[in-house]
Design a protein around this ligand. Structure first.
Ligand code: TPP
Ligand code: MG
Length: 334
């Protein structure tokens, strides 16, 4: 049932497509770097989990989705929002807790949603998004709308009980949902080897008859092709699939991670040998689809978008105190 992909020919692409993936991944990276800076300056408080290193996963998956397909994920969520087309200004202002934020500054990093862009959060409880993602799939099937939901979760979350209850029901009812395990090798400070009896996470659906594929999550084209296969499978009424994306996060678990569980060398080695953005950069240059000047101009354009988002997030006022009484459940009187 679960299988590693056999060695195959290079995935197909063209100039415009590859440039668009490069742009998307660069936007995520620069946005996250800026969020890290603002956190360091004391402008972002509370939890903040950066996605740096994992950019190819969400970019490749988004490329395989159709309009109307949904995404749901955990707390490492800024990239998923950007990939869904949510405004960088609104995301950054939410991080800084300002009224221009997507949740009017009251939710922060882990609490943004957009039904218009089909993004369903942003969940701080590890694994909680998995049954919710299957619920989105259930709604799609019930409504017969032809959409597929993509539920992203981590290697740590993949050991949770609710994940297996979800696998069972999703397969039993052949729901149009794709389970995407972002295996970045660590759950906070615990490595997959220390926490998991079966470390090949794509096999986790075997006893539910759910096919799983292991994917190089640092290769945006391989991610795109695997996601396209799984989404088609789900859309065709054949039920869920599991994609294990082998990836890596360069930064700490959150901004307050002392990083004592891995060596600096390990991070440097992955960055220099497997970086998803560098890989596409080299491909663009090798194929003659861009030169250094083109890439420099693109970098400048992205930096301007991110600077604009950061400026907006600092200029936007803090929420009015009257907002304390909005969007909260109050006890019913009488
Ligand atoms: C139910 C629950 N247990 C524990 C936590 C604390 N916690 C937050 S993130 C995390 C690690 C999850 O790691 P993983 O699923 O691999 O995702 P990653 O952070 O690597 O993206 C833990 C244990 C939590 N938020 N919710
Ligand atoms: Mg992890």
């Amino acid at each position: 049932m679960a299988k590693k992909p056999s060695k195959k020919s290079e995935p197909k692409t063209d100039k415009d497509e590859l440039l668009s993936y490069y742009r998307e991944m660069l936007l995520i990276r620069r946005f996250e770097e800026k969020a890290g800076q603002l956190y360091g300056m004391g402008q972002i408080a509370g939890f903040c989990h950066l996605y740096i290193g994992q950019e190819a996963v969400v970019t490749g998956c988004r490329a395989a989705m159709k309009d109307g397909d949904q995404m749901i994920t955990g707390y490492r969520d800024h990239a998923h929002m950007l990939a869904c087309g949510m405004e960088s200004r609104g995301i950054m202002a939410e991080l800084t807790g300002r009224s221009g934020g997507l949740s009017r500054g009251k939710g922060g990093s882990m609490h943004m949603f957009s039904t218009e862009k089909h993004f369903y959060g942003g969940h701080g409880i590890v694994g909680a998004q998995v049954p919710l993602g299957a619920g989105l799939g259930f709604a799609n099937k019930y409504l017969g709308n032809g959409s597929v939901s993509l539920a992203f979760f981590g290697d740590g979350a993949s050991n949770q009980g609710q994940v297996y209850e979800t696998f069972n029901m999703a397969k039993l009812w052949d729901l149009p949902v794709v389970f995407i395990i972002e295996n970045n090798q660590y759950a906070m400070g615990t490595s997959v080897e220390r926490s998991s009896a079966e470390t090949e996470l794509y096999k986790r659906g075997s006893s539910f008859e759910i096919e799983g594929i292991q994917v190089d999550g640092m290769n945006v084209l391989e991610v795109r092709d695997a996601a396209a296969k799984a989404i088609k499978h789900a859309r065709d009424g054949k039920g869920p699939m599991i994609l294990e994306m082998k990836t890596y996060r360069y930064r700490g678990h959150s901004m307050s991670d002392p990083a004592k569980y891995r060596s600096r060398d390990e991070v440097t080695k992955t960055r220099s040998e497997r970086d998803p953005i560098d890989a596409v950069r080299h491909q663009l240059l090798d194929k003659g689809w861009a030169d250094e000047a083109d890439l420099k101009a693109l970098d400048k354009e992205i930096k301007e978008i991110v600077k604009d988002a950061a400026d907006f997030s600092l200029e936007s006022p803090e929420p009015d105190p009257s907002e304390l009484w909005t969007d909260v459940l109050l006890p019913v009187e009488g």
